[in-house]
Design a protein around this ligand. Structure first.
Ligand code: ADP
Ligand code: MG
Ligand code: ZN
Length: 716
């Protein structure tokens, strides 16, 4: 497995769980894989696909992604194609033909294909060995992205009851998980669940004060890198993009109100590194697998934490350190409250309120943001300081908060522990709201006793007291507050308490954690420009040529020979052969000019050398080919070899074709069709003018099976 990993993908190590999942797949067992975005799910079916003798079918809902995935696989030397509505009938046919001829390892298809009877028939004619369902949550109505076409997958399961199926998703809810298992009738599927912690993402929440200045400073820091800025309205995206362009940033707006063509073009420009900043509504992101997004900004408050996690999750898929910055202001919250009040359905409105409250709680946290997020998604998280979010990196200055805390707790008790943050704060500040007058809270002794702090500060303290467990939220529809036993003791024994000062009261100095490899920026830029040139020539996105991870390593180690170049992450056999020399030339001349010495790339695995012999050769010398060969030498028929080996006849034919192709001397006279039939087939091949099977079958009709034609082709 590790050899294949380096050979085809250029990686030295598996990410967590990948190895276990692949072993499970190769043992022909079903699996459900739940991993966060960027976890490396694709590899879990792509690597087995290479090792299995037949075809791996991948169902994916995102047509836009298929091409990139297939391009990436091809660039790594894996024969892959896709079939979806973007192809012409002719292209479609060619690809099916390739699959029939055993010339494909991986075939991506859109789920709606499975509704077409003839397509399902086609699948039965090819040697399917593994089925992968990507974005498997689309099958569930409980998920956020239900696709009715995914219900066709049931049929697929019926057609291939024996073939192992692997379902993959980044959606973690238990309801959806159960639904996937049921809908796909996964057989005793093993569930692989990985932590949703995205270690390489840094979470920042910044008070939105002079946001233009803050934003520009951020963008300057991420110059020439891919950035997504999320805004809450279409209008803002356009205005902000325009403003940024005026300031010479490379920025475009994206939202659902733009024409389809325009949206596609914008997305394409981003993927191809022709624009670096996308200012978008949340309509942007699905269907973008760009691995090198280094910064995701929430210019406005997200509506839910689910959304926030998903949107920030688009940063740093390649595993390099990336930032997520949310600009927070209480004013934004009020704005959203206003919109929420317009929702007429009561349950929807309450839900929206609750979701927004959680976002606010997240923004005003005193402790680790990562921990809060993970716990929100139901994960156990014990680490107190993650070292990689603003609250963990900059502990706030504390002050003696005994007095204000006492006032807050008393106000909550005096008002009967039936009210939320807003009302309690209003009472303390002596506001003359209608609610206060109606209930008569203006006659309470706590009314108007706070003169120094503002409403926002009081909110901050209340949340802090909650996280210290002096206050709790009541269960029930409305987020009302009550004083905990601990809180009562605090009052009773006149205990002291220190809390951090509210944000706007203090300055922040951020300590940046730098985890990634240091690299030579100038060489990186050169390599990046060359990568873009190559990518344009081949009409693929730059990351298909090499990822940022690879370029950074090249700009750190300065490899001076192909031998050392192959040690770079992402350099597999195919890329070594295709691009090695060219990239090396740039690195060598740069190193000479600036007197850079080659550094030794640490050997991450003993087996991480790219094998230089032709991969097909090593393939046919593998055990499975040899077994088939032995049985052939015993003059068994194709079908009895297939039966003996528990493989399909198609697979055995593929073995035979490979063995012959490589000049192996095997006597297969006993397999030949009768002379008369061979003649007919031979004529039909001539007539068809090629070596493809289906035109020949069209000429000859049902009486000749694909198998026979394939066999005959070897003799002809
Ligand atoms: P997911 O589908 O889980 O969001 P992907 O399969 O798109 O994630 O992988 C995300 C990125 O991680 C890709 O750029 C991929 O090449 C890279 N990757 C996957 N596995 C490894 C590995 N073992 N070592 C290094 N990079 C990997
Ligand atoms: Mg994926
Ligand atoms: Zn933290």
């Amino acid at each position: 497995m590790r050899t294949t990993l380096k050979q085809y993908f250029g990686y030295d190590e598996f990410r967590p769980l990948q190895e276990e999942i692949i072993a499970n797949v190769l043992a022909k067992k079903d699996a459900l894989v739940i991993m966060p975005t960027g976890g490396g799910k694709s590899l879990c079916y792509q690597l087995p696909a290479i090792q299995l003798s037949g075809l791996t079918l991948v169902v994916s809902p995102l047509i836009a992604l298929m091409k990139d995935q297939v391009d990436s696989l091809k660039a790594n030397g894996v024969p892959a194609e896709f079939i979806n509505s973007s192809l012409s009938a002719e292209e479609n046919f060619q690809i099916q033909e390739k699959a029939r001829n055993g010339m494909l390892k991986i075939l991506y298809i859109a789920p709606e294909r499975l509704a077409v009877e003839s397509f399902r028939q086609f699948l039965k004619e090819v040697n399917v060995q593994l089925i992968a369902i990507d974005e498997a949550h689309c099958i569930s109505e409980w998920g956020h992205d239900f696709r009715p076409e995914y219900r066709n997958l049931k049929k697929l399961r019926q057609d291939f009851p024996e073939i192992p199926l692997i379902a993959l998703t980044a959606t973690a809810t238990i309801k959806v998980r159960k639904d996937i298992v049921e809908q796909l009738s996964l057989q005793e599927a093993k569930i692989f669940l990985r932590s949703f912690n995205r270690e390489n993402l840094t979470y920042f929440v910044q008070p939105k004060q002079g946001v233009d200045y803050q934003l520009k400073a951020l963008l300057a820091k991420h110059k020439d890198q891919s950035v997504i800025i999320y805004c809450s309205s279409r209008k803002t995206t356009e205005e902000l993009a325009l403003q940024l362009r005026r300031e010479k940033f490379s920025a475009l707006a994206y939202h659902a109100g733009l024409e389809q063509e325009k949206r596609k073009e914008t997305q394409e420009k981003f993927i191809r590194d022709e624009v670096s900043i996308i200012v978008a509504t949340i309509a942007f992101g699905m269907g973008i697998d760009k691995p090198d997004v280094r910064l995701v900004v929430h210019y406005d408050l997200p509506k839910t934490l689910e959304g926030y996690y998903q949107e920030t999750g688009r940063a740093g898929r390649d595993g390099l350190m990336s930032e997520c910055v949310l600009f927070y202001s209480y004013g934004d919250k009020m704005k959203q409250d206003y919109f929420i009040r317009q929702i007429s359905k009561e349950d929807e409105r309450l839900m929206a309120e609750q979701k927004l409250d959680q976002v606010i709680e997240f923004c005003e946290l005193e402790h680790c943001r990562r921990g809060y997020l993970l716990k929100y998604f139901g994960e156990k998280w014990e680490t107190v300081n993650c070292g990689n979010c603003d609250t963990c990196m900059t502990p706030r200055e504390e002050f003696d908060a005994t007095e204000i805390s006492g006032k807050i707790l008393s106000a909550i008790i005096r008002t009967g522990e039936r009210f939320g943050i807003n009302h309690v704060a209003d009472v303390l500040l002596g506001k003359n709201t209608k609610k206060i007058k109606d209930i008569g809270h203006d006659s309470l002794p706590v009314f108007g006793i706070e003169k120094y702090f503002k409403k926002e500060d009081i909110r901050h303290f209340i949340l802090a007291l909650m996280s210290r467990d002096l206050l709790r939220k009541n269960d029930g529809e409305y987020p009302t507050l009550r004083v905990s036993d601990k809180g009562r003791e605090f009052l009773k024994y006149r205990q002291k308490i220190a809390l951090s000062k509210p944000k706007n009261v203090q300055e922040k100095s951020v300590v940046k954690r730098e985890d990634d490899l240091a690299f030579d920026g100038e060489l990186f830029r050169k390599l990046r420009a060359f990568r873009k040139e190559l990518a344009d020539q081949k009409n693929v996105p730059p990351f298909v040529v090499f990822s940022d991870v690879s370029l950074r390593e090249m700009s750190h180690y300065f490899p001076q020979s192909l031998e050392s170049f192959q040690g770079i992450t992402g350099v597999g056999a195919m890329k070594l052969a295709q691009y090695g020399e060219q990239f090396l030339e740039i690195i060598v001349s740069y190193a000479r000019e600036f007197q850079k010495k080659e550094l030794i790339i640490p050997l991450r695995q003993s087996s991480n050398k790219v094998r230089t012999e032709k991969s097909s050769k090593s393939e046919s010398s593998s055990a499975t080919f040899q077994k088939t060969k032995e049985l052939l030498l015993q003059k068994l028929s194709i079908s009895s070899i297939a039966a003996k080996r528990g493989l399909s006849p198609g697979t055995i034919l593929t073995h035979l074709e490979k063995l012959i192709e490589e000049g192996g001397k095997i006597d297969i006279a006993h397999l030949s069709p009768s002379e008369e039939r061979l003649k007919k087939i031979s004529l039909a091949f001539k007539e068809s003018g090629g070596s493809m099977l289906s035109p020949v079958r069209k000429i000859l009709g049902e009486e000749f099976s694909y198998e026979e034609l394939r066999l005959a082709r070897m003799f002809i």
